[in-house]
Design a protein around this ligand. Structure first.
Ligand SMILES: CC(=O)SCCNC(=O)CCNC(=O)[C@H](O)C(C)(C)COP(=O)(O)OP(=O)(O)OC[C@H]1O[C@@H](n2cnc3c(N)ncnc32)[C@H](O)[C@@H]1OP(=O)(O)O
Length: 423
């Protein structure tokens, strides 16, 4: 697809950082004080940042940027423990003066073709609004729990967690970047970003005054087993006083833990700061050890929200890269309106946990065992949403009885997916 008339797509580097920030500031409705504006240099992957420029005076001032997007290169943990090359789409913004003219649609085409050319088999994102990306084939692959925890909430104790040490510090890329990297690379949960580009780390650790909402600077808690880092959390506290005394709030911005013991140790600290009444946090998988160990789940005020959206770009490579929990041999009639090269009949044959995924161009789509859209295949990719759930929701058609259950058992994961920080 070409860029709409009057516009031109191009790569942008550091030299146009201020213009990129200008577009995103208008799109997302924020203002960064001049003194802080330099952050954009550190957090965007400038070899993967694209924009759309005005080339026709009828559209605006020629040479100005109308739209931008970037993608982070990283690996995502998938069921079975392997990792797949991913393009994490981010910073998508269209200036309000240019919206609803097809610029996003053009940028998504651009993003998909460049990602595929780099060998990135899936694209993932956190959606600003859930309606935006489904039309492009992104499926909701992971949900998260967001919780409010009262001071000193009861967590069932776990032997060994007390032996772990906790350091609390001001967050710093130099001091903590490698520890966060090390923990992420060992996390087993599907959806985890396991390799972090320098810009992704800088983004996680970004501490702009406008994000503090009157609270303290960004702090970090690192849990260690001896010298080995096993959990991390970035948080900000804000002191406050209510009628009955201290009413401070802790906002946990991002966190990750390797296992139940490190989770218990980390949260024991995050819910028990002096003068803080409530801790707010998200990015909990629905089977997170903390939620399972809370003595009173009702006290946690749990809300469920969308977490990671997955778009399968290269069907064969993406499906072959992940592991499977059961054998299966099914054919699917895959629909993909946005990347028609993926559409057609595919055979998914799993033996000994390995899939062979092949196209059958000669097959009649009506003869395939199942009919499924790329959005739903993306939703099932990390093993959180199952094929039988999608079938019951009327989002998959089963033509050969029993094949939905067969594919479902193979693709399901016994660890629920979640991405533990936004990007
Ligand atoms: C991964 C991330 O970065 S999430 C951040 C996304 N960015 C934002 O939310 C910032 C504020 N919003 C914007 O910058 C823009 O409005 C965008 C990027 C959401 C959309 O850009 P546009 O250029 O207006 O979209 P475009 O004209 O290509 O629309 C494509 C289709 O999506 C639809 N669409 C676009 N935005 C929305 C929306 N927010 N809600 C519902 N539908 C939408 C359009 O109606 C159009 O539908 P159609 O295919 O049926 O014709």
């Amino acid at each position: 697809m070409t860029t709409p008339q009057g516009y031109h797509a191009l790569s942008v580097d550091h030299s146009r950082a201020a213009e990129v920030l200008h577009v995103d500031a208008f799109a997302f409705a924020f203002t960064v004080p001049e003194k802080d504006a330099g952050f954009i240099h550190d957090i965007l992957p400038w070899d993967r940042t694209r924009a759309i420029e005005v080339v026709d005076p009828l559209r605006g001032r020629v040479g100005t940027l109308a739209a931008v997007h970037a993608s982070f290169a990283f690996k995502t943990r998938v069921p079975g423990g392997r990792e797949v090359a991913t393009a994490g789409l981010s910073w998508v913004g269209v200036h309000p003066g240019h919206r609803r003219r097809g610029l996003l649609r053009a940028m998504i085409h651009d993003h998909f073709s460049r990602s595929l050319a780099r060998g990135e088999v899936i694209s993932t994102l956190f959606a600003a609004e859930t309606q935006i990306y489904q039309r492009f084939g992104y499926g909701l692959a992971a949900t998260e729990a967001r919780v409010q925890l009262g001071r000193g909430v009861d967590i069932r104790p776990l032997e060994g967690s007390d032996a772990l040490s906790v350091e609390i510090d001001s967050a710093s890329l130099e001091r903590h970047g490698d520890e966060i990297r090390s923990i992420q690379s060992r996390m087993a949960r599907p959806g985890t970003v396991t390799t972090l580009a320098p810009q992704t780390l800088a983004d996680i650790l970004m501490d702009l005054e406008i994000d503090r909402e009157g609270g303290e600077e960004l702090r970090i808690a690192v849990v260690r087993d001896g010298a080995d880092p096993v959990a991390w959390a970035l948080f900000q506290r804000k002191g406050d006083w209510g009628d009955s005394g201290p009413d401070g709030k802790v906002r946990v911005r991002a966190w990750g833990a390797l296992d139940a013991a490190s989770t218990v140790r980390l949260w024991g600290v995050l819910v028990d700061f002096d003068l803080m009444a409530t801790t707010y946090a998200g990015k909990f998988a629905l089977d997170d050890p903390l939620l399972l160990r809370l003595k009173d789940i009702r006290s946690a005020k749990v809300a469920v929200a969308d977490n990671l959206w997955v778009r399968i770009l290269d069907v064969a490579e993406a499906l072959q890269a992940r592991g499977y929990a059961a054998e299966c041999d099914v054919t699917i009639h895959l629909e993909d309106a946005f990347l028609p090269l993926n559409a057609g009949v595919w055979r998914i044959h799993v033996a000994s946990g390995e899939a062979r995924v092949t196209r059958d161009d000669g097959a009649d789509p009506a003869s395939a065992d199942l009919r499924i859209d790329i959005q739903e295949l993306g939703a099932a990719y990390l093993g959180g949403t199952t094929i039988t759930e999608l079938l019951r929701a009327g989002l998959v058609d089963e033509r050969t009885p029993g094949t939905a259950a067969e594919l479902s058992r193979a693709m399901a994961s016994d660890i629920k997916p979640v991405a533990n920080f936004g990007f």
